[in-house]
Ligand binder design. Structure first.
Ligand code: AQP
Length: 331
């Protein structure tokens, strides 16, 4: 059975983008794979996090993942900092990856923006830690949103260079598993930027804990353009906000973009937004309800994560010890 690893940063409340680009896919992949799902708190602190908020967000994310259908009995759910193998292998990979490779990473450029000199060095080497997350388990399949493809290519480059430099066949190749529909969900305020849980504007995203009224308000305020919706996907050219909203409706209702547009083409955004609101509310209500129930018992969530970390550690420790032996550390 192939081993899957994927992570999500507890840097805020997961969004509809995280759900459609990652979480929903994670749930489906539990059939037929051995899955490790990780709350990547080491990644989260690459941008400053309030410590109390980080603890809360880690528990909230655990609750959301369980509520969305992650089975922490059959599979493994844990927080990254509880398994030291991640940080140890990341250091080795910092010494394998080339600066030139990291300089090409578009996510760093996006996140650092004009402030490149002032961001943390952790943000810069983030892709090396991500490579370590995966390779510490010899995972071969990694479900991610479209935005993470470049980091996975880098993880493969690092594995190849490690194997080459030390003349071993130790780290296997990994394959991205990107969901076909709605691989990238965009901001409700700007259809050219991805929806992000750390965007300063809460209006830019749907949080998976938003109630029905909040969802309705955010969709009502979502940016659109003055034209009615086209009847075919080709008509969305140059209309990123319209494309995004139609894509979200399609992804949540199990329809293609063309099917959504066949129904709503010619309609103004008023009635379309009502249909979208009803769909988002219906899709998210079971998750937000169950999340609230789980959050009422933080002790239970902590126990689930602790047990997950023990099981993750049992897999990663021998692999990372072997990597340490290969590079020449005394064991
Ligand atoms: N807008 C998105 N559309 C589709 N997929 C998305 N993902 C994130 N945003 C979108 C996918 O969610 C998984 C977990 O992401 P992450 O939390 O590790 O980091 P991220 O990609 O940086 O997500 P955010 O929400 O933008 O987080 P912040 O704001 O903290 O940086 C990944 O598989 C990602 O592809």
């Amino acid at each position: 059975m192939q081993r899957i690893f994927s992570g999500i940063q507890p840097s805020g409340i997961p969004t509809l983008g995280n759900y459609l680009g990652a979480i929903r896919n994670w749930v489906a992949l539990q059939q037929g794979h051995e899955c490790l799902y990780c709350l990547v708190d080491l990644h989260a602190i690459t941008s400053w996090q309030d410590p109390a908020a980080l603890r809360d967000q880690t528990r909230t994310q655990a609750a959301i993942l369980l509520a969305a259908g992650i089975d922490a009995e059959t599979h493994i759910l844990f927080n990254q900092s509880a398994v030291s193998a991640h940080a140890r292998l990341a250091w080795i990979f910092n010494c394998v990856a080339r600066i030139g490779w990291l300089n090409r990473m578009t996510q760093f450029k996006d996140k650092a923006g004009k402030d490149r000199e002032a961001v943390s060095s952790g943000l810069y080497v983030y892709p090396n830690l991500m490579a370590a997350d995966i390779h510490a388990y010899h995972a071969t399949r990694v479900p991610v949103g479209d935005d993470q493809r470049q980091h996975l290519e880098l993880a493969n480059d690092i594995a190849q260079k490690f194997n080459h430099d030390y003349a071993v066949e130790f780290f296997p190749a990994i394959e991205a598993v990107v969901p076909p529909e709605a691989a990238r969900v965009m901001s409700l305020r700007d259809g050219t930027r991805k929806m992000s849980k750390s965007d300063p504007s809460d209006q830019s995203r749907i949080n998976l804990t938003d109630d029905a009224a909040t969802i309705a308000l955010k969709i009502r305020r979502a940016k659109t353009d003055p034209e009615p919706l086209p009847s075919e996907a080709a008509g969305l050219e140059g209309r990123p906000e319209a494309r995004n909203l139609a894509t979200i409706l399609g992804a949540l209702s199990g329809r293609t973009l063309d099917q959504v547009l066949a129904e709503h083409g010619g309609s103004g955004f008023g009635p379309f937004k009502e249909a979208l609101t009803a769909q988002v509310q219906e899709s998210l209500a079971p998750i937000s309800g169950e999340t609230q129930r789980l959050l009422s018992d933080p002790g239970h969530l902590d126990r689930v994560l602790r047990r997950g970390a023990e099981r993750a550690n049992a897999i990663a420790e021998p692999i990372v010890r072997e990597a340490e032996r290969i590079v020449g550390f005394l064991s």
